[in-house]
Write a new protein. Structure first.
Lengths: 260, 141
């Protein structure tokens, strides 16, 4: 088994080599992210984290999210060292929201250690009124190709595939649309995300999908047009090309429309 | 550390500060294997491979591709090593592969050290037990 190359003239050289060595991955999709791998880059990203801005704006699509997740997933940075660094630079109070989010990752990892291979199984029943068998197995092609006609859904699908990253709100709302509006099993979406997310790990990814689906939470995660317009600062309406929207009304009304 | 050890770097351990690398010492041969079965089965796209590859280039490792248990086992034979060190992970596939290699798992520093295992059914239950420790630096855990 020969060693793979370690010397590259440029990133393009590395990309060409990976394309040649891993043709099946290039066939799945051959976009490359602007996010650079490596500890040097990870430390630069960590140095730029602004915990106060994060706490205030993290739920906005253009908010001050950290971009740390690909490095955390691959162990380039550990949760403990990120926490230690933040505490040292800022003290506990400004970091409270960010450290809480780091704890979610630790929680998902601990839960996966307990769950093991069953991380692909529903942890609990759906709390939607539908049985697991009522949900479709396959990812609908219009979603995968970003051709639903709904501005937000299509933009998120394209961003996932082209950049390997989605804002948490983008992930949750896209997941919710797939499971609850389109009635597709969460597993189909989780697999799709893992193909593309640089930070894709079965712990955070699958258990978050299950949280949205309600197989790992008390109730399904739903959202509406007002929430979308707010978090996107008006960038998205959630409307289809013809101006109609499946996201109108308050969340309880939407639940009435979607569930038996 | 015994001179007859090698380090298996897996996808969740792509740091120059890898706990397994640190436990093994600087002169211990190490290998990162890009798992082609996983890429195929889970349809892992090129951007993920490039990102992992870039991470691995900052580590003192040999990079190979194939089935990790097979490749690491060959690598250990090449170095007449009878010990394989790897950083512990909760990922079921990596655990299965490490167990097949009879790897010695090196535990990374935990995020929180708790007196007993928390209830993991919901985050809120975990958080009630873990919150104070989450804001405690590693050295005081």
């Amino acid at each position: 088994m020969p060693d793979l190359r370690r010397d590259f003239d440029s990133r393009d050289d590395l990309i060409a080599y990976c394309t040649e060595q891993f043709p099946e991955s290039a066939d799945v999709d051959d976009h490359v992210s602007d996010t650079l791998g490596g500890r040097h880059e990870a430390e630069a990203v960590l140095a730029d984290v602004e915990p106060r801005a994060y706490a205030k704006t993290r739920n906005m699509l253009n908010g001050a999210v950290t971009g740390l997740s690909p490095y955390l997933h691959h162990g380039v940075l550990s949760l403990a060292e990120v926490r230690d660094d933040l505490l040292q630079r800022f003290g506990p109070q400004p970091c409270s929201k960010l450290i809480n989010e780091l704890a979610w990752r630790d929680y998902f990892r601990q839960a996966m250690a307990e769950i093991g291979e069953d991380v692909w199984q529903d942890r609990e029943e759906y709390k939607t009124g539908w049985a697991a068998a009522d949900y479709a197995d396959e990812l609908p092609p219009d979603i995968e190709q970003g051709e639903t006609g709904i501005d937000f859904i299509d933009a998120m699908a394209r961003e996932l595939v082209e950049t390997g990253y989605l804002h948490n709100q983008g992930r949750m709302k896209l997941a919710s649309y797939l499971v609850h509006w389109r009635k597709v099993r969460w597993q189909a979406g989780a697999e799709w995300f893992l193909s593309h997310l640089l930070d894709g790990d079965a712990a955070s990814n699958n258990l978050s999908w299950q949280w949205v689906a309600s197989t790992f939470s008390h109730k399904p995660y739903l959202w509406n047009q007002g929430g979308l317009v707010f978090i996107s600062d008006g960038r998205f309406t959630g409307n289809a090309h013809d101006g109609s929207s499946p996201f109108t009304g308050e969340v309880p009304e939407i639940a009435e429309r979607l569930y038996p | 550390m015994s001179r007859s050890a090698v380090v298996w770097i897996h996808e969740e351990d792509l740091s120059p500060n890898s706990p397994a690398l640190q436990a093994a010492g600087a002169s211990t041969p190490a290998v990162f294997v890009i798992d082609t079965g996983w890429l195929r089965d889970e349809r892992i796209s090129l951007k993920r491979v490039v990102f992992m590859y870039e991470c691995a280039l900052e580590l003192p490792v040999v990079i190979r591709k194939g089935d990790p248990p097979e490749v690491v086992s060959t690598f250990a034979q090449e170095h007449q090593a009878d010990i394989i060190l790897a950083t512990a992970t909760p990922d079921p596939r990596l655990r299965r592969q490490g167990d097949a290699l009879q790897a010695e798992w090196i535990e990374p520093p935990p995020f929180v050290v708790l007196p007993k295992a928390p209830d993991l059914k919901r985050f809120s239950r975990y958080w009630r037990k873990a919150e104070r420790k989450a804001f405690t630096p590693t050295e005081n855990q």
